[in-house]
Design a protein around this ligand. Structure first.
Ligand SMILES: CCC/C=C/C(=O)SCCNC(=O)CCNC(=O)[C@H](O)C(C)(C)COP(=O)([O-])OP(=O)([O-])OC[C@H]1O[C@@H](n2cnc3c(N)ncnc32)[C@H](O)[C@@H]1OP(=O)([O-])[O-]
Length: 299
């Protein structure tokens, strides 16, 4: 059943399985497929334009798109569905929340919980990284807000990053500022993007970069006025789509597979390592202080 939302845009279905198995396949030029796995409480919104093959995935997990277990799982499932959907050729990742792309991993998932919880959470963080860094289709991050730590990681997994030109927005792997350590696969993703020396300084200091500074170190590929982020992402996607798909895909895999394989070869050990690290009293204390600092900043 289709309902007209605005000129040329149709709500095909609010259930993603229906949508992806049938709704998009025979869409016309002006038809967008709008999906959400749980209509009212969905933390993401996906629009797939079946005439171009470009999907826009918007993160909408209030307040700050922090990556908790449910949210990570929902993103992962949607990415999987889009990857299997032949009418989808590329995905633009962006935020529906004002001023924030993603605040990174939800600190509350790593604070005051039990080891089983930490293990399940970390597995889902691994999962999203493996899915995105090894994604066969084109991904572009349209970074329309701040993007610390895990938020930066999500952006780093994309094939191209376009950031809004607003000096109040910052991006970077700031983990050390919280007293925690980005794992080797966060580090490798950063290193593969900005090079060894910049990654080393960036990780040790937990540096956050303004858009113009991020551009200087190639952490982002393009900085454009805020209102042009999405349109520029769509134009850039069109350029990627002009390249023969299999050749592009193999080239991407060639660049990334060694890093993906490295985590695949030691997932359980990596989980154990995380659980043991995050459970330490000293680390819990640092996280508690950081959370208080975030709250105080508000008042
Ligand atoms: C080894 C592991 C590797 C770790 C990787 C990571 O990603 S670690 C993560 C590293 N991430 C960071 O260091 C990012 C820390 N966050 C920030 O820097 C800022 O919040 C902001 C720039 C994202 C948004 O600024 P803004 O002025 O627009 O908003 P605001 O500051 O007023 O916050 C609104 C509410 O959201 C809350 N909250 C925020 N983030 C998180 C979170 N990650 N989680 C949970 N909650 C979070 C905040 O407490 C507040 O809650 P309240 O009081 O309403 O109950």
């Amino acid at each position: 059943m289709a309902a007209v939302l605005r000129r040329g845009v149709k709500l095909i279905s609010s259930g993603s399985s229906q949508l992806l198995s049938g709704g998009c396949k025979h869409g016309r030029t002006s038809t967008l497929c709008i999906s959400s796995s749980r209509p009212s409480s969905s933390k993401i919104n996906v629009e797939l334009d079946s005439s171009t093959g470009i999907a826009v995935m918007r993160f909408q997990n209030p307040l700050v798109n922090s990556l908790n277990l449910d949210f990570l799982t929902e993103i992962c499932i949607s990415l999987e569905k889009l990857e299997l959907d032949k009418s989808c050729r590329g995905v633009i990742l962006t935020s529906a929340q004002p001023k924030i792309f993603s605040a990174g991993l939800d600190i509350l998932e790593m604070y005051g919980k039990n080891p089983e919880h930490y293990a399940a959470f970390w597995k889902s963080v691994q999962e999203i990284w493996l899915k995105l860094y090894g994604y066969s289709k084109i991904t572009i991050a349209a970074i329309n807000g701040s993007s610390p730590a895990g938020g930066c990681l999500i952006a780093l997994t994309a094939d191209y990053r376009i950031m809004a030109d607003n000096p109040r927005y910052t991006i970077g792997l700031n983990e050390t500022q919280l007293g925690i350590v980005a794992p080797f696969w966060f580090k490798d993703t950063m290193l593969n993007t900005v090079g060894h020396r910049t990654a080393e300084l960036s990780l040790q200091f937990g540096l956050m970069y303004t858009p113009s500074d991020a551009l200087k170190i190639n952490l982002v590929d393009l900085v454009v006025p805020e209102e042009q982020v999405l349109s520029t992402a769509t134009e850039t996607m069109t350029k990627f789509l002009a390249i023969p798909g299999h050749a592009r895909e193999i080239s991407k895999s060639m660049m990334r597979k060694p890093v993906v394989d490295r985590l695949l070869s030691c997932r359980d050990a990596d989980i154990k390592n995380f659980v043991s690290f995050i459970s330490k009293d000293s680390i819990q204390k640092s996280l508690g202080q950081y959370l208080s600092m975030l709250k105080q900043k508000k008042s």
